[in-house]
Design a protein around this ligand. Structure first.
Ligand SMILES: [Zn+2]
Length: 235
């Protein structure tokens, strides 16, 4: 299968579905990761232009660690993600048409900050628009309306998973990928006293507790026609 994971900032996918992506890759599926925002405002000392470069490089390294074949970006500045912007929708439609995904994973519609919520809305809309032949973009081959999974919110707040993926065998890979985002990990530790690797390990352990395994990631299927299927699409 072709798996398209669409996160907002570099590191969001590692947090929400890194263990699942690593499992897909190990099973031989094609994993493509896309970040809508470039993460340029995710620091209070490193200036945006420099941080953008750092975070693009960190994202590539992390994607490689998870086994993704491509790590792409729409390069939108942080806090400027707008799901109503036709240019952004068209750019995303082209990524979807190029990837021809069997599964799309993205943020839940009510995650903790506006950019994430906008990405969720953007993916819902673009994955429909990508199927419409007369919606003209750079790539004219339509994609089918793809089953869409929402990944966990940060710290799992206000998110009740309907499906779980056992990531006991990929938890270390997930954390290794997350650790590639040193600009974020170090910043959180130095300035907020948050050990973010421990934070994410704890969240994965909590999801594991809910479904009887050591570590898990939780998901919710977007339940709208015609995205539903009789098949189990998560690994
Ligand atoms: Zn984010």
């Amino acid at each position: 299968m072709n798996i398209l994971a669409i996160g907002c900032h570099p590191d969001d996918l590692e947090i929400g579905c890194g263990g699942t992506l690593a499992r897909y890759a190990r099973q031989g599926h094609t994993v493509i990761m896309l970040h809508v925002a470039n993460g340029n405002r995710g620091h209070a000392e490193i200036m945006p232009a420099e941080l953008r470069e750092i975070r693009l490089a960190e994202a590539q390294k992390a994607g490689l660690t998870l086994g993704a074949v491509q790590v792409l970006t729409l390069d939108t500045p942080d806090l400027e993600v707008d799901s109503a912007l036709p240019e952004t929708i068209r750019k995303l439609v082209d990524v979807i048409r190029q990837a021809q995904p069997d599964v799309i994973i993205t943020h839940a519609p009510d995650d903790y900050m506006r950019d994430h919520v906008e990405v969720s809305r953007l993916v819902f809309d673009a994955s429909f628009s990508a199927s419409v032949p007369h919606y003209f973009t750079q790539i004219q081959t339509p994609a089918r309306i793809t089953p869409l999974y929402y990944m966990d919110t940060v710290a799992g707040v206000n998110f009740l998973p309907s499906e779980y993926v056992d990531i006991s065998e990929t938890i270390e890979t997930k954390l290794e990928a997350l650790n590639c985002h040193q600009s974020q990990i170090r910043w959180l530790y130095d300035h907020d006293g948050i050990d973010f690797l421990d934070f994410v390990r704890t969240a994965s352990k909590f999801r594991g507790l809910q479904c009887g395994v050591a570590y898990a990631e939780g998901f919710r299927l977007c339940q709208t026609w015609p995205r539903l299927t009789t098949k189990r699409l998560l690994p």
